[in-house]
Design a protein around this ligand. Structure first.
Ligand code: FE2
Length: 268
């Protein structure tokens, strides 16, 4: 490894909410989710190139089928790096775990490039809202206790703060106070990252950067009081992490992806 390679930042790709289906032509409000994911992957390769790690933050399948998870795993073969997958409200946890093991994507804690990534399961079977079980909170706390000196990124599916959208307020992380009580004990936490809200969101809380990311399929209207979709292209988040503890992040969208969105739907 040359000095230049050694010093280059760790490149991390977040893909979220692909909502894949067993049916090859499966669509969500008119957007064929396999095609939009492929468009996003092509955009990543064109704009940023190969990442070093992929974080997949839930709603990987719309129908929870083993086939959908395998389509996701096969799609990630465009990349030469490992990935880690967590569940969202649409996922079938057993099927997701089975296929994530087939693709070596079931790790819940990764240390790479001087950073650590903790993947939490906030899904609750048959519910749209999220919650962290006692076992997840214990895992989070034990992991951070064991690695106090490594800057940490915590990823989950559901939003752990109010994002200013009434209909989504009811479907966020319900036990968010318990989550923050754990995180507030650990100054190495730099980023909390999620999916679920199908839109870009950025803010700061007590020195922690809070980040959400567009879906690789349909987008929800930011700030809307009721369910509403926005005519924005599918996207992804890119990070560059430095071993100094600094990082940079940005959202990119597959601007050339053509789709006809059904904007009259009252849900998804
Ligand atoms: Fe979703």
């Amino acid at each position: 490894m040359t000095t230049k390679e050694k010093n280059r930042p760790l490149r991390v790709l977040q893909l979220t909410d692909p909502h894949l289906m067993a049916r090859a032509d499966g669509d969500l409000l008119g957007v064929r989710t396999r095609e939009s994911l492929q468009a996003v992957i092509a955009e990543v390769l064109k704009v940023h190139g190969q990442p070093d790690l992929i974080l997949a933050t839930g709603d990987l399948a719309q129908d929870g089928s083993v086939e959908a998870y395998r389509v996701f795993g096969e799609s990630l073969k465009s990349f030469s790096c490992p990935s880690v997958w967590i569940a969202g409200n649409h996922d079938h946890i057993d099927n997701l775990l089975q296929v994530s093991r087939e693709y070596n994507a079931s790790d819940r804690h990764v240390i790479q490039g001087g950073w650590q990534f903790v993947m939490l399961d906030s899904s609750v079977p048959d519910k749209v809202f999220g919650a962290l079980a006692e076992s997840e909170l214990a895992f989070l706390s034990e992991t951070l206790e064991q690695h106090p000196d490594i800057p940490a990124v915590i990823a989950l599916h559901h939003h752990p703060v109010d994002i200013g959208s009434d209909w989504m307020e009811k479907i966020g992380l319900t036990n968010r106070d318990a989550f923050w009580q754990v995180l507030d004990r650990f100054p190495q936490v730099r980023i909390v990252l999620w999916g679920h809200i199908h839109q870009e969101h950025e803010r700061e809380r007590n020195g922690v950067q809070l980040l959400a990311t567009p879906s690789t399929c349909i987008q929800f209207t930011s700030g809307s009081s009721k369910f509403s979709v926005e005519d924005l292209p599918p996207g992804y988040r890119w990070f560059e992490f430095h071993d100094s503890g600094d990082f940079a992040t940005e959202i990119r969208r597959a601007e050339d992806f053509q789709f006809e969105l059904d904007q009259n739907s009252s849900g998804y």
